[in-house]
Design a protein around this ligand. Sequence first.
Ligand code: TYD
Length: 138
Amino acid sequence: MDSNDRVRIIELPKICDPRGNLSFIQNGTHIPFDIARVYWIYDVPGGKFRDGHAFRSQHEFIVALSGSFDVVLNNGTDSVRHHLCRSYYGLYVPPMTWRAIDNFSTNSVALVLSSTLYDEADYIRDFNHYKELAGNGR
Ligand code: TYD
């Protein structure tokens, strides 16, 4: 694994302005992959959660554009909960990291930047299968 490929919070530029603050992400500058796709999760009913999965090759960067939620990451051994609640930073999730999202606040919006186009074949949806693959030197 490249040292660039580690889970971390990445702070984004924040232009503070009495008219309203502004943050941005520019390809090639702020996150460690080229952006191929952007999607967002919204209108989440209270108490709902997104089932966990991992990606074989996809990198992700997740931002709480509005409200808050928790991203729960598991490397096959340890689980770490990241509470995202501000739009001027996000969580970088490298490939082969098990992740689930829960604890959505009312009206939260989760923005996800992805390094690949949508490809169901890139998903690992079975945690035991993930652990087998992750334990084999990736
Ligand atoms: P999915 O990533 O499976 O979400 P979760 O694992 O959190 O349930 O996406 C849900 C559905 O949305 C899935 O059937 C495929 C579709 N989808 C796309 O068509 N394009 C996309 O970029 C994404 C993220 C999902």
